[in-house]
Design a protein around this ligand. Structure first.
Ligand code: ADP
Length: 397
C-alpha cells in the first residue's frame, strides 16, 4: 500500500510518499515560500540527493501540481503513475466540534472543513485547496483528513474555557481547542522514549515554526496549550500577533475605521515578527536583518523569545515541574540562536544547554548539559508518519 501525505502549512507544503508494506519513505520533499518571492521545491527520492526546483508558486494548487509532476517524472520520480497511490492523508488544522478523529473525505466533510474557515483562516483554506487539487489530479483515490485539534481534547475545562459569558460556549462552542496536535503528539511520544519510557512524565513541547504553539503534557496527555479557539492565540508568530489585549481590536476599529475583516487580516497576516520588524515573516530573513543592525528585527525576535520563555515558565507551574522541554518545527529544529536565547531565560529553572550539542542539526538530540535540571530535547517532528498511519488504518477498515 502506498500513501501520500500532504501537510499544507500557511507558507509551506511538506509531502512524503510512504510504502506502508515496509514503512519506507519512497520520496519526500518540501515546498517553501508559497505565495512569496523565492518559492522552491526540494524533492528527495529515497536514496538519492535532494533536487531543488525554483519557480514561482502562487498558491497551494500550483505547489501540489509540481509535486505530482516530480513524483511521476521519468528522472526524479518514484512511481510511474499516480494510480499507484492508494490513498492521500491530509493534515487539516481546525476540526472544531465537527471532528474528533480522522475520517475519509466526502462532500459533507469538505462542507464542514469550509465551515471552519472562520476559525482557521490561514490554514483550513490551504488544507481544502490541497484536498481538492488531489481529487482533481487523482479522481477515485480516497482522501483522508487528520485534524490538528484532536490531541488537545484532553485539556481540563479550567484550561479550555474563556472567562466570557457561559452562554457563548453553549451557543457557539467558543472554547480553546489548540493546534499542531499531530506534531505535539509525535514529539511527546518520541520524548517519552528518549526519557527511557518514563510513565509519569511532565513535558513541555514547543512547536516553533511560522505558526508556533506550546503544550504542557502530563503523562502523555495535554493539560494546556497556547493556541485557542483559533491558531491566533498564544505566541508571537511569523504573521500572527498571538496574545494581545482584546480591547486593542475595538480601539483600532474606532480609530482607523476598520471592518472586522480588516482587523482579522491585520492580526493574522500583518502582525507577529513581520508586523514588528517590517522585514519578513520568515525568521531567517528577520535574523539576517538583525545581524545587519536592524533594531526592529531585533525587537521582533526579542519579543518572540521572551514570550516562548514566559509560556514555558507558566507550563512549568501548570505541570508542577518538568522533565523535559522539547523544541521542534522549522525554527525549533534549526535555529540554535533562538534555542539559546530562549534557554537563557530558563536558567532560573535550572536549564543549562551544551553549546556544542546545540549546534548539531537534523537529528533527535538532548542538548542539555549533564547537570541541567531539565532535559532539553530537539526532535524533528514527523506529522507525516502519524498521518500515514491514520490513513492506512482507515483504508484497512
Ligand atoms: P509552517 O509549517 O508554519 O509554515 P515551519 O515549521 O515550516 O512553518 O517553519 C517555517 C519557519 O522556520 C520559517 O519562518 C523559517 O524562517 C524558520 N526556519 C527554518 N530554518 C531556519 C533556520 N535555520 N534558522 C532560523 N529559522 C529557520
Amino acid at each position: 500500500m502506498k500513501i501520500l501525505v500532504i501537510n499544507c502549512g500557511s507558507s509551506s507544503l511538506k509531502y512524503q510518499l510512504y510504502n506502508m508494506d515496509n514503512g519506507d519513505v519512497m520520496a519526500k520533499g518540501l515546498v517553501e515560500r508559497i505565495g512569496i518571492d523565492g518559492s522552491n521545491l526540494q524533492h528527495t527520492p529515497a536514496g538519492k540527493d535532494k533536487i531543488v526546483f525554483e519557480q514561482p508558486l502562487p498558491d497551494h494548487s500550483a505547489a501540489i501540481k509540481l509535486v505530482m509532476d516530480k513524483l511521476t517524472d521519468a528522472d526524479c520520480g518514484v512511481i510511474s503513475d499516480l494510480s499507484e497511490i492508494n490513498g492521500v492523508g491530509h493534515r487539516v488544522v481546525h476540526g472544531s466540534k465537527y471532528f474528533s478523529k480522522s475520517c475519509i473525505v466526502t462532500e459533507e466533510v469538505k462542507d464542514a472543513i469550509r465551515k471552519c474557515f472562520d476559525l482557521g483562516p490561514l490554514h483550513n483554506p490551504a488544507n481544502l485547496m490541497g484536498i481538492e487539487a488531489c481529487e482533481k489530479l487523482m479522481p477515485g483515490t480516497p482522501q483522508i483528513t487528520v485534524f490538528d485539534t484532536a490531541f488537545h481534547q484532553t485539556m481540563p475545562e479550567k484550561a479550555y474555557m474563556y472567562a466570557i459569558p457561559y452562554e457563548y460556549y453553549e451557543k457557539y462552542d467558543i472554547r480553546r481547542y489548540g493546534f499542531h496536535g499531530t506534531s505535539h503528539k509525535y514529539i511527546t511520544s518520541r520524548a517519552i522514549e528518549m526519557l527511557g519510557g518514563k510513565k509519569d512524565s511532565k513535558i513541555i513541547t514547543c512547536h516553533l515554526g511560522n505558526g508556533s504553539s506550546i503544550a504542557a503534557v502530563k503523562d502523555g496527555k495535554v493539560i494546556d496549550t497556547t493556541m485557542g479557539l483559533t491558531p491566533l492565540e498564544g505566541l508571537v508568530m511569523g504573521t500572527r500577533c498571538g496574545d494581545i489585549d482584546p480591547a486593542i481590536v475595538l480601539y483600532l476599529m474606532n480609530k482607523e475605521n476598520l471592518s472586522t475583516q480588516d482587523v482579522d487580516t491585520i492580526m493574522n497576516k500583518k502582525s507577529g515578527v513581520l508586523g514588528v520588524s517590517g522585514v519578513s515573516s520568515d525568521f531567517r530573513d528577520v535574523e539576517s536583518a538583525m545581524n545587519e543592525g536592524n533594531k526592529r528585527a531585533k525587537l521582533a525576535l526579542d519579543m518572540f523569545h521572551y514570550k516562548v520563555a514566559k509560556y514555558i515558565g507558566e507550563y512549568f507551574v501548570a505541570l508542577g515541574g518538568a522533565n523535559a522541554i522539547v523544541f521542534t518545527a522549522g525554527l525549533g529544529e534549526n535555529s540554535k540562536t533562538s534555542r539559546l536565547a530562549i534557554c537563557e531565560y530558563l536558567k532560573c529553572l535550572g536549564v543549562e544547554i551544551d553549546a556544542e550539542k546545540n549546534g548539531i542539526r537534523g537529528e533527535e538530540i538532548d542538548i542539555a548539559s549533564a547537570d541541567s535540571k531539565i532535559r532539553v530535547l530537539v526532535i524533528p517532528t514527523n506529522e507525516e508518519l502519524m498521518i500515514a498511519q491514520d490513513t492506512k488504518e482507515l483504508l484497512d477498515k
